[in-house]
Design a protein around this ligand. Structure first.
Ligand code: ZN
Ligand code: ZN
Length: 333
């Protein structure tokens, strides 16, 4: 599913086309893709909320597939291995961020499904040091959303975490929040999910939220020890900030957001409250999250769509009419 030109997703800009199979070189592995999950960032790429790619691109960065060929520099992976390929396709390893353990901020990072072709396809390439091997028996559809929604949610949660046992709020309840909620609940935090969508609140209850709150008309209650905003809406960041106790942190797990309205400093930020964004993730974040997800048996709620229905999946994602995450089935018939 190729994007030639960014456009409103309702005009179905992704085209189902034959392209040549990519060839792995050097440290690259090629997977025959089984599943690729659909992320809000794909919508940002397709609609041009992020700077438009300089050439035609295949989106998708939550890829699970089986290696079918490797470049001559690959040492530890081989044909038949099941792996996941995330958003962080590679980093430079030499910039000031890379050499100080902050590769998520690398000035020269390459993104799967944005800088290089991604997983809305039958084949994709990954770099050996940036992909993650999975147990052979893994359900590839159910684990696909872990490779962005899960990992980024985990990083956002880490940045906002209160002391153990504290009360943490989630604002917006899509693909990432529904995984991160399970993680926070199983780690022993009191969890509160805020949303306007009754169906999302119902799913949050099923997945173990301590409390669910219809967001409209709630005042500054100041009951949260930490919060994560998943909805890419500046007004929601303000709503979340209003709920923070002194010393609490709000992290924003969105790659793109409209402007945040003005902040009432005295009421909502003073008292050593913090607000911060989350950019991508390090490989260490990914390893930590994948280990926790396995140990705590986190589960993604997935709805499978055919590869050629990627436009429709993104349209439904934009409307908010999905509980959990869409996953494309990329296996050819
Ligand atoms: Zn770098
Ligand atoms: Zn993503």
């Amino acid at each position: 599913m190729v994007l030639h030109k960014v456009a409103d997703v309702n005009s179905k800009p992704l085209k189902f086309e034959d392209v040549s199979e990519p060839l792995p070189r050097g440290d690259e592995v090629r997977v025959k893709i089984e599943n690729c999950a659909v992320c809000r960032t794909d919508l940002n790429v397709v609609e041009g909320d992020l700077p438009a790619p300089s050439r035609s691109i295949i989106p998708g960065h939550e890829i699970v597939g089986r290696i079918d060929s490797v470049g001559d520099g690959v040492k530890n992976l081989a044909a038949g291995d099941l792996i996941g390929i995330p958003w962080l396709h590679s980093t430079c390893g030499t910039c000031e961020y890379c050499v100080t353990g902050r590769e998520n901020l690398c000035d020269n990072k390459v993104f799967t499904g944005y800088t290089v072709n991604g997983g809305y396809a039958e084949y994709a390439l990954g770099r050996e040091a940036y992909v993650f091997e999975l147990p052979q028996e893994t359900n590839s559809a159910e684990i696909a959303p872990f490779f962005c929604a899960g990992i980024i949610g985990y990083r956002a949660l880490k940045l906002a975490l209160p002391a153990p046992g504290g009360r943490i709020g989630f604002f917006g309840f899509g693909g990432s929040a529904h995984i991160t909620l399970q993680l926070a609940s199983k780690l022993g935090y009191e969890t509160v999910v805020y949303s306007r969508n009754p169906s999302h609140l119902k799913l949050a209850q099923e997945l173990g939220a301590s409390e669910t709150v219809q967001t409209k008309d709630i005042g500054p209650e100041k009951t949260l020890d930490g919060a994560v905003v998943f909805a890419p809406i500046g007004e929601v960041a303000i709503e979340a900030l209003k709920q923070l106790k002194k010393g609490a942190t709000l992290s924003i797990a969105a790659i793109h957001m409209n402007s945040i309205p003005s902040i009432d400093y005295d009421r909502d930020l003073f008292g050593e409250r913090r607000i911060m964004s989350v950019e991508s993730n390090t490989r260490a974040d990914a390893r930590e999250f994948l280990a926790l997800a396995r140990r705590l048996k986190l589960e993604a709620r997935v709805t499978i769509r055919k590869l050629e229905e990627a436009n429709e999946a993104l349209i439904d994602l934009k409307k908010g009419s999905i509980d959990g995450a869409f996953v494309l089935d990329c296996r050819s018939e």
